[in-house]
Write a protein that binds this ligand. Structure first.
Ligand code: BT5
Length: 242
């Protein structure tokens, strides 16, 4: 496995969730970050807000554990824009293998031809950040998903080894987290899905709507409400008018 200098790797067979495994290692003090944990399949793949991530063998399930800025004493990890760095790293990796341009759905989904190919779950625990990434490679769920899904093999005839995808992903992420904020924002915006479109933002029971106009320096989603007033939100699920 060809990972950037300093990275460790644990390869698991079946696990409940690579993010949960990362948490256990952190809690028991058995962590040597940066650490890449991969599994062949997950029995309890997690999405955001305790949603389920369908985790069939053949797809990529990885959690990358890094120390936060304070703990490592480094100032070169872009914590604020980590979700966007991660989406870009996934997008750049997929672009190596397919012709369609991956697009980013705020905050960190990656779509290919308007279908979800990858999801990201970032969690923080005891001064460590766990970046959980699922990428559909060979299969994808065909029902019970909010967005239609897809997988890499639907967009290429080449059989790409998971190791090749993982190596590119970690390398891309390692370089993105060292970029400055404006570069990250600009790169993300160039492939933002739905710019200028009417969006609905679900925040629990509350729903906001407006025209999606970009992200600000903190990665908050900016939208213009129906009265033309600029608003920003830091969290929420986005859907688009059909
Ligand atoms: C995500 O959540 O998209 C984050 C998914 C993160 C999964 C990785 S795998 C490695 C690591 N270990 C874990 O346990 N998790 C991370 P969210 O935005 O909440 O989207 C979840 C929703 O996506 C579900 O409610 C479904 O609608 C849909 N979905 C579930 N599985 C899918 C899949 N394989 N492909 C596409 N969509 C899926």
């Amino acid at each position: 496995m060809n990972l950037p200098p300093g990275y460790h790797h644990i390869q698991l067979d079946i696990i409940d969730s690579t993010n949960l495994e990362a948490k256990r290692l952190i809690q028991t003090g058995n962590i040597n970050a940066p650490l890449v944990i991969t599994a062949k399949s997950q029995t309890y793949g997690k999405g955001r807000l305790n949603r389920h991530w369908v985790s069939e063998p053949g797809n990529l399930f990885v959690s990358i554990v890094m120390q936060t800025q304070e703990e490592s004493g480094k100032s070169n990890i872009n914590n604020t824009l980590l979700p966007f760095c991660t989406a870009i790293a996934i997008g750049n990796t997929l672009s190596k293998f397919i012709n369609s341009k991956p697009l980013y759905k705020w905050p960190n989904d990656v779509l290919v031809q308007e279908k979800k190919i990858s999801g990201v779950l970032i969690e923080t625990i005891n001064k460590y950040i766990i970046i959980g990434i699922g990428i559909n490679i060979t299969t994808y769920p065909t029902q019970n998903t909010k967005l239609p899904a897809t997988c890499l093999n639907e967009h290429t005839s080449r059989d790409i080894p998971l190791t090749e995808i993982l190596e590119s992903l970690v390398l891309n992420l390692d370089s993105k987290i060292k970029c400055n904020n404006s570069d990250v924002i600009n790169e993300w915006m160039q492939s933002a899905y739905g710019l200028g479109k009417k969006i609905f933002i679900q925040q629990g029971k509350k729903e906001l709507s407006g025209i999606f106009s970009g992200i600000d320096v903190n990665g908050w989603l900016i939208f213009k409400n129906d009265k033309g007033r600029r608003n920003a939100v830091s969290f929420g699920d986005i859907s688009y008018k059909v």
